[in-house]
Design a protein. Structure first.
Ligand code: NDP
Length: 256
C-alpha cells in the first residue's frame, strides 16, 4: 500500500538556502507534502518572501536568518526551530556558493569560504540537529552535492573538494546514525537554472548551449526538478535508503 507513504503532515523540515534556487524547489515540494518549513538564509527579506509564497499555498513556514558558516548562529537557529516548531524531522543541507578560479589562482581565504559554506556547514547543522532527531526516534538528512562530487573541474577546485567531501560525509553519517533511524542521503544536481549558474553564465561564453549539448535530457534543470526527490528522501518511502548519492542531472553523469 502506498497511500500515505509520502505524507509529511506533522513533520518539520529545516532547509538551508531555502530562500531561492534548488532549496526553494525542495521547500515547495516538502510543503506540498504537508511539512512545516524553516527557511534558513542570510538574506532575511528573501527568506520572508519565500515564506510568504509557501504560506499563501496553505503551508506553515518560518524564516530564520542564519549564516551557516557561523556555528553559534547555527546552534541558535536549531534552538529556535525546536522552540517555535517543536521538532526537527528533516534537515536539508543545501546552502552553497562557488568561486570560479583554477587551483593556481584561488586564494586561501576563498578556498576556506567555499569549504566552510558547502561542507563544514553540513557537518555543523547535522551535528546540531542530530540530538533532536535521535530523541524523536528518527530523522532524514539530505545533503546537496553536485556533478563535481564525481568529476573534477579546472575552474572549481574548492567547490569540487567540498562536494566530493559531502558524499563521504553523507556516507559516514548514514553508517553512524542508522541505529538511530536517521537516514542520510546526498542529491547531486546537474546544471540547474538558478542564481548560482546565472552568475556562471555571465562569466562563461556559450555556457548555456554547452550545457544543452552535454545534457542527454536536452535542457537545463529547474528548481521544480527537486521537489520529488526531496519528498522521497524525507518520507517513509525511503526508510531503507541511506548513504546514497542520487544524481538529478538529466543524464549528465552517465553520458560517456
Ligand atoms: P543559489 O545561489 O540560487 O542559492 C544558494 C542559497 O544558499 C541561497 O538561498 C543563499 O541564501 C544560501 N546561502 C549561501 N551562503 C549561505 C550562508 N553562508 N549561510 C546561509 N545560507 C547561505 O544556488 P543553487 O540553488 O543553485 O544552489 C543550491 C545548492 O545546490 C548549492 O549547494 C549548490 O552548490 C548546489 N548545486 C547547484 C547546481 C546548479 O546548477 N545550480 C549544480 C550542483 C549543485 P542567502 O544568500 O540568503 O544566504
Amino acid at each position: 500500500m502506498t497511500a500515505g507513504l509520502f505524507d509529511l503532515s506533522g513533520k518539520v523540515a529545516v532547509v538551508t538556502g531555502g530562500n531561492g534556487g534548488i532549496g526553494l524547489g525542495m521547500a515547495r515540494g516538502l510543503a506540498q507534502a504537508g511539512a512545516t518549513i524553516a527557511v534558513v538564509g542570510r538574506n532575511q527579506t528573501k527568506s520572508e518572501d519565500a515564506v510568504a509564497e509557501l504560506t499563501k499555498s496553505g503551508a506553515k513556514a518560518v524564516a530564520i536568518a542564519a549564516d551557516v558558516t557561523d556555528k553559534t548562529a547555527v546552534d541558535g537557529m536549531i534552538t529556535r526551530v525546536l522552540k517555535e516548531l517543536g521538532r526537527i524531522d528533516i534537515l536539508v543541507n543545501n546552502a552553497g556558493i562557488n568561486i570560479r578560479k583554477p587551483p593556481h589562482e584561488i586564494a586561501l581565504d576563498e578556498w576556506d569560504s567555499v569549504i566552510k559554506t558547502n561542507l563544514t556547514s553540513a557537518f555543523v547543522c547535522s551535528q546540531a540537529a542530530h540530538p533532536a532527531m535521535k530523541a524523536a526516534g528518527g530523522g532524514k538528512i539530505i545533503n546537496i552535492g553536485s556533478m563535481l562530487s564525481i568529476f573534477g573541474a579546472s575552474f572549481a577546485p574548492a567547490y569540487a573538494a567540498s562536494k566530493g567531501g559531502i558524499v563521504q560525509f553523507t556516507r559516514s553519517c548514514a553508517v553512524a546514525w542508522a541505529p538511530h533511524n536517521i537516514q542520510c542521503n546526498a542529491v547531486l544536481p546537474g546544471w540547474i537554472d538558478t542564481e548560482l549558474t546565472q552568475n556562471a553564465r555571465r562569466e562563461v561564453d556559450g555556457l548555456h548551449d554547452k550545457v544543452l549539448a552535454r545534457t542527454p535530457a536536452g535542457r537545463w534543470g529547474a528548481s521544480g526538478d527537486f521537489a520529488g526527490i526531496a519528498v522521497f528522501l524525507s518520507s517513509r518511502a525511503s526508510d531503507f535508503v541511506t548513504g546514497t548519492a542520487i544524481p538529478v542531472d538529466g543524464g549528465f553523469s552517465v553520458q560517456g
